[in-house]
Structures are given as structure tokens and as C-alpha cells.
Design a protein around this ligand. Structure first.
Ligand code: CDP
Length: 225
């Protein structure tokens, strides 16, 4: 068991967990792992290399050998800046499909564990608290209503000038929630030891505050925010 502390933030698509996790990491001076980006990268790599989304052995190989570089706000795949490509809904849907393949999940495990570096890590995804970092000091299940999440995703895409349709987004979200929750391996669900945070009615700053306060309670580590 590692002594390096981890805060695991899991939850459904567009619940705001990425934004909250990144801000919590910043407040604590911890590293940040966006585990969904690894699934998205594998899906994008598959698309670029012409690998079918149901070819489990080839996808697992891609996941194992991803040539990726995380740099501040940028993500490079084989030297190409792929930040915008990764955030597209098509990529999210493909990521959710390949994420149901056990060999892909296993192939990405070591890469995720490698993010656990001093002084600590904040990791967001679907199985951070259940599978990847089961000994995390704090586990939060961050959610919001499907309608609220669709609105947020719509706004996010508009800000990036990526065209989108609200009704389609809501349908995609519901499909993705259903697929992520129903899969046999590492399904999306609130673990017994995770604290629920519903952000339908609260803003980012309050959500960050909630996580930091609970971290302080769980560990006794003083947080200045
Ligand atoms: O940002 P959003 O929540 O829409 O998606 P994401 O966190 O980037 O994840 C994309 C897809 O990867 C999800 O729909 C999940 O199927 C999958 N995923 C997963 O299975 N396990 C994780 N730890 C993170 C993402």
C-alpha cells in the first residue's frame, strides 16, 4: 500500500468532476489524473490507426503502448496536440465503448498508478475509488441530474466552438450512463465508502470546498483555501 495520499473523484459524464478534481489538485499542490483522457486517447488512437472498436487484443496493445505526453493544459498523442479531438462527443462515445473491454482496462492500470507521486494525487473517473486506488484517503461520488449535465456539456462545447445539439447530448449522456453502469467490469456506481456530492444545485467553488473540507476531516491534513 502506498503512503502517497489520493483523493478519488468518480461520477457520470459531465458531472463536473474533471473541473472540481483539477481545482482540488491545484489547491493542494497535488498531481492530477484525468483517467477518462486515457480511454479517450486509446479510442482516438484506434481511429487514427484503423483499429476496430471491438478488436479487444489490438485495442489492449494500443492502450499499453500509447505514446502520450501530458504537458500543462496540452495532451500530445504521437507528437500531435489532440486536446480538442479528445473532447469531442464522438471520442467520448468511442471511449465508453472500449472502456467496457477488460483487457483495455487492465492495460491502462499501470499507467494510472504511475500518476501517484508525492505529495499526492487527485484522480477522476469511474473506478478511481473502486479499482485503481481502492486505498484512497477520500472517495467522492460526484453527480448531477442528466438535464443539468447536458446543459453543462453543451456550454462547454459552445465555448470551444464545437457544434452540438442539446437533445442529442442528453441522449448521448443517458446512453453513456447506461453503458458505463451496466458493464461487467468496473461499472459506474457509488461505492459504500464514497461520499455523495450532488452538484445539480451548487457551483464549482462550493463543490471544491466540500471536497477539501472532507479531505481535511478524513486525514487531518490542514488545507488553506
Ligand atoms: O468527461 P466525461 O465524463 O464525459 O468522460 P471521461 O471522463 O473523459 O470518460 C470517457 C469515457 O471513458 C467514459 O464514458 C467511461 O466509459 C470511460 N472511463 C472509464 O471507463 N473509466 C474511467 N476511470 C474513466 C473513463
Amino acid at each position: 500500500m502506498s503512503r502517497i495520499p489520493v483523493i478519488a473523484i468518480d461520477g457520470p459524464s459531465a458531472s463536473g468532476k474533471g473541473t472540481v478534481a483539477a481545482l482540488v489538485a491545484q489547491a493542494l499542490g497535488y498531481h492530477y489524473l484525468d483517467s477518462g483522457a486515457l480511454y479517450r486517447l486509446t479510442a482516438l488512437d484506434a481511429q487514427q490507426q484503423g483499429v476496430a472498436l471491438d478488436d479487444a487484443p489490438e485495442l489492449a496493445q494500443l492502450a499499453l503502448n500509447l505514446e502520450v505526453r501530458f504537458e500543462a493544459q496540452q495532451i500530445y498523442l504521437r507528437g500531435q496536440d489532440v486536446g480538442d479531438l479528445l473532447r469531442s462527443e464522438t471520442c467520448g462515445v468511442s471511449a465508453s465503448k472500449i472502456a467496457a473491454i477488460p483487457a483495455v482496462r487492465t492495460a491502462l492500470l499501470a499507467r494510472q498508478h504511475a500518476f501517484r507521486q508525492p505529495p499526492g494525487l487527485v484522480a477522476d473517473g469511474r473506478d478511481m475509488g473502486s479499482v485503481v486506488f481502492p486505498d484512497a484517503q477520500l472517495k467522492v461520488f460526484l453527480t448531477a441530474s442528466a438535464e443539468e449535465r447536458a446543459q453543462r456539456r453543451y456550454k462547454q462545447l459552445m465555448e470551444k466552438e464545437i457544434s452540438a445539439n442539446l437533445a442529442d447530448l442528453l441522449n448521448d449522456l443517458r446512453d453513456r450512463d447506461a453503458r458505463d453502469s451496466a458493464r461487467a467490469v468496473a461499472p459506474l456506481r457509488q461505492e459504500d465508502d464514497a461520499i455523495l456530492l450532488d452538484t445539480s444545485q451548487i457551483g464549482i467553488a462550493d463543490a471544491v470546498d466540500f471536497v477539501l473540507k472532507n479531505y481535511e476531516l478524513a486525514t487531518g491534513i490542514q488545507v488553506n483555501c
